[in-house]
Design a protein around this ligand. Sequence first.
Ligand SMILES: *Cc1c(COP(=O)(O)O)cnc(C)c1O
Length: 383
Amino acid sequence: MQKGKGTRAVHAGVKPCEATGAIMTPIYQTSTYVQEGVGNHKGYEYSRTLNPTRHALEQALAELEGGKHGLVFGSGLAAIDNLIKILKPGDEVISTDDLYGGSYRLFTTVFENYDIKFHFVDLSNPEVLKSSVNENTRMIWIETPTNPMMKITDIKAVAEAVSGNDVLICVDNTFATPMLQQPLAEGADVVMHSATKYLGGHSDVVMGCLMLNDDELDEKLRTLQNSCGAIAGPMDSFLVLRGIKTLHLRMQRHCENGRAVVDFLKDHPKVEKVYWPGLESHTGHAAAKRQMSGFGGMISFTIKGDDKKIANKFVEGVKIFTLAESLGGVESLIGHPATMTHASIPKEVREKVGVTDGLIRLSLGVEDADDLIEDLANAFDLV
Ligand SMILES: *Cc1c(COP(=O)(O)O)cnc(C)c1O
């Protein structure tokens, strides 16, 4: 029987050091490994190829996602970069339309130059997906919930819609984490994370990862990783190994805080709209309820008036929330997507998906919900 997620979070991938008994995986801060004879080594030759600290993390992350293989990179974007490089000129990708700004920038300003074509469509609508697939389609890029509109794509429905085609289904699972959503079990081929966010969880590391089951694809990705070199270092690998040990506890609290803050926002007279998949009125609620075991601590909302000045005054008026990019840490963050995370997306494009000037995004930390609500209430009084 597969162990529970909490047990796996604590124990996955780590075993006591055989030499010393150290319970935590040591930080193997080394570039190379002594060989007793030519080709006679203990599985590690050079740390770009493999490092024991990174290796332990790769195994832990694979286990958490219910996958066989894990690869760890220097950032979330480096992980995506490595994955897209399995494609060839002429290949096409169908992607979620409301996606992380950095992913959009990587696709459109880097890979389109290599003649890989990206179609940004509303994947939450299976009909739109079916009509976008053609003979060059090699990959579907799903982000769910999306950043920042919290749109939900039914992973299983996408997998069923393209089954029989030679198409890889890849899911950016950064927002949900393996605690709330297991894309491989829903039919995805590859799961990607910005481990910078919830997996690390303490805003002290930038890292990315890929998890998957297929041996051949793993080999391809590993060869690319070793050839291109965007690996994560041993110290950062240690930090994320440490972070994931409390992932289940943190996610539980993020979800509880999400529910409490949404309950406050949805009835507030100065709030126009709240985007959170746990709301019954949310367009993706049914799919979220089916494929997620919790709705997370990411919330977006628009302030009445939908005005940049009002939104800016609000985000500058909070005291416990911190104005910053990023998400998924223990401390609550507040952001204005139109001028921060999504500034690299053209105004017409971002407004089409709902990233208007009055949109505010919250990443709820693990503080006490009452304090967070009071902080928001005080900021509303200022606008
Ligand atoms: C942050 C983020 C990324 C990029 O990850 P980095 O670690 O910043 O390179 C990709 N997808 C999502 C959903 C993110 O939030």
